[in-house]
Design a protein around this ligand. Structure first.
Ligand code: SAT
Ligand code: MN
Length: 589
């Protein structure tokens, strides 16, 4: 057949995979609207997708995954490098030879009766120095349509590759969606990803976590840049000045909400504006000016639906009103639209829940799965930054880390310097969420929110952060935030959402050197008077309670961090152990 590319490696990859998986036909995706529309139609005919109310939700579709296939599966996600040591203690590892054989055995013949789609896509703007090309082979129309939203899909990717260019190979095969044979395998030394027996987003949209974080973090270490689990946002001041920050939070901890926040009224009245550059992934490099520059390699938002509403995140909600794919939310049969917990109160009834069952509030179960998602094009977002399409990206003034912590970690604090900031990122812990299978609400270490996404030894990753600090002459300041402090009744103490602007404001004032702070055992903490509470019914005493640094708790935390650090052995950078000792000393031992 005539191929749409002369790249020999692409053709070989396609032919070899077809020989293994035996699809009835191969369809080369060109990214055209006509081709995507034909696929939507086909998916609706087979029941893979449902067309929603086209007046209320134009271009929107609905999909249900299998009941056992609703989140990332960390226990089945492996880094398959030749030396086990290089995967490190925080990753599952398998020998690459064994892993290839196992995956090939699982996928052999499994595309019989199906079509194999060849998706050429770019992470980042096609052809920019900051971008990389991937080819994903998949037997799922749902994957094709999601990739066409989340990445830049098109034949121009082949122009970038030319006859001989390299790319990240991705093979996805649904197989039998058998959870016992589900594997998400990464071969960082071969630029290859194989995903079998799943059809859930994070496991199968291979451009996202698999490529843009796990493989890219490995490439970044070798090539001197960073792939991070971070949103990127810009704040425009009333005088037109723009400042940018990147923030790392674990999955389902509010990155999308922070990235699209609407500032409180009096900020808006003064002319402040917040714009979204990205909500999940940042690729960060050292610019010629000695600063760190960040791009968002994605082209859409794969956001958590529950909790998204007109108040919490009107921008995200607006982004989902057209050309969006909804996965595992509930359907309102009356008008064929979607619903999820938190969208409106009370819930419309009856609904059809994410499993396809009739549902009313009396059903006693959630109508939408807690990890149900929307896949929305970035261009739909009303607060999308112009810089979203900039090849160079944006210069970072601040880097922010944050976990979900009911106690101990104050609302915000600033690190003393870059190395201390790396320490602050490395000691992040957070309560687990529905974004991955397993128990939720369990406190676990999640350094830089990269525990599930670092494609190599976490000790080497810390060392890479320290090294990057040496390459930047004008580094961003590093902060930690915690929106999730709880009172004794389990209620959140800080209002969060748009009011987080008040904390961002303090952070940017610290970057500009225009506000003082108190030096504490853990770093610089705001004086309560310096957090703007205008228009908020909130007492300074309550604010003080979540800014307080409890030395006894931090001393215990330091002991616990020492235990956590032990697994990194010799790979733990001395800068981090030194900072741990300082923390312990500052807490009075
Ligand atoms: O499922 S994804 O990994 O794509 C989203 C997330 O968990 O952050
Ligand atoms: Mn994420």
């Amino acid at each position: 057949m005539a191929y749409p590319t002369k790249n020999k490696k692409v053709i070989k990859f396609v032919e070899e995979t077809a020989a293994l998986t035996c699809p009835d036909q191969i369809v080369w995706i060109d990214g055209s609207e006509a081709q995507l529309e034909a696929l939507r139609k086909e998916a609706c005919q087979t029941g893979e997708m449902i067309k929603l109310n086209q007046e209320k939700l134009p271009g929107c579709y609905y999909h249900r995954t299998a009941e056992n296939d609703v989140a990332r599966v960390e226990a089945r996600t492996f880094i398959c490098c030749r030396e086990k040591e290089n995967a490190g203690p925080t990753n599952y590892w398998m020998d690459p030879k064994e892993a290839y054989k196992m995956c090939y055995d699982i996928a052999r013949g499994k595309m019989k009766g199906r079509t194999m789609y060849v998706i050429p896509y770019s992470m980042g703007i096609v052809g920019s120095d900051f971008s990389k090309i991937g080819i994903e082979l998949t037997d799922s129309i749902y994957v094709v349509l999601n990739m066409a939203i989340m990445t830049r899909v098109g034949l121009d990717c082949y122009d970038v590759l030319g006859e001989d260019g390299d790319f990240i190979k991705g093979l996805h095969c649904k197989c039998d969606v058998d959870p016992e044979k589900r594997y998400i395998m990464h071969f960082p030394e071969d630029d290859t990803i194989i995903s079998v027996n799943s059809a859930y987003g994070g496991n199968v949209l291979l451009g996202k976590k698999c490529f843009a974080l796990r493989i890219a973090s490995f490439l970044g270490k070798n090539e001197g840049w960073m792939a991070e689990h971070m949103l990127i946002l810009g704040v425009t001041y009333p005088d037109g000045t723009k400042k940018y920050l990147a923030a790392a939070f674990p999955s389902a901890c509010g990155k999308t909400n922070l990235a699209m926040l609407i500032p409180p009224k009096h900020y808006l009245e003064q002319g402040y504006k917040v714009e979204c550059v990205g909500d999940d992934i940042a690729w960060i490099r050292v610019g010629k000016d000695g600063r760190l520059w960040a791009v968002n390699p994605e082209n859409g938002f794969f956001g958590v639906a529950p909790g998204t509403n007109e108040k919490s995140n009107p921008n995200a909600l607006a982004a989902t009103r057209k050309n969006t794919i909804f996965t595992n939310v509930a359907i309102n049969p009356e008008d064929n639209t979607v619903w999820w917990e938190g969208l409106t109160k009370p819930a419309p009834e009856p609904l059809i829940d994410w499993l396809g069952n009739d549902w009313t509030p009396a059903s006693g179960v959630k109508a939408a799965h807690p990890n149900s998602r929307f896949t929305a094009p970035a261009v739909n977002c009303p607060c999308l930054s112009e810089a979203f399409n900039s090849k160079e990206g944006v210069p970072l003034d601040a880097i922010v880390f944050g976990g979900r912590r009911a106690t101990t970690t104050p609302l915000v604090y600033q690190s003393r310097d870059w190395d201390h900031g790396v320490f602050v990122g490395s000691i992040m812990s957070s309560e687990t969420t529905a974004a991955a299978t397993g128990a939720t609400g369990v406190l676990r270490h999640d350094p830089m929110a990269m525990k599930p996404f670092c494609g190599y030894h976490m000790g080497d990753y810390f060392a890479h952060w320290i090294e990057m600090g040496k390459k930047v002459t004008n580094p961003p300041k590093i902060f930690n935030v915690n929106w999730f402090r709880q009172d004794k009744d389990g209620e959140f103490i800080w209002p969060g959402f748009g009011d987080n602007m008040r904390v961002l404001d303090w952070i940017l004032k610290r970057c500009a050197g225009t506000v003082d702070a108190e030096e504490t055992a853990i770093g610089y903490v705001p004086y309560a008077k310096d957090i703007d509470l205008e228009g908020l019914d909130y007492s300074r005493e309550t604010l003080e309670s979540i800014l307080y640094v409890d030395k006894a708790r931090w001393s215990a935390e330091a002991d616990e961090i020492r235990e956590f650090y032990k697994q990194f052995g010799d790979k733990l950078p001395k800068e981090l152990s030194a900072n741990l000792e300082t923390l312990k000393e500052n807490c009075g031992k």
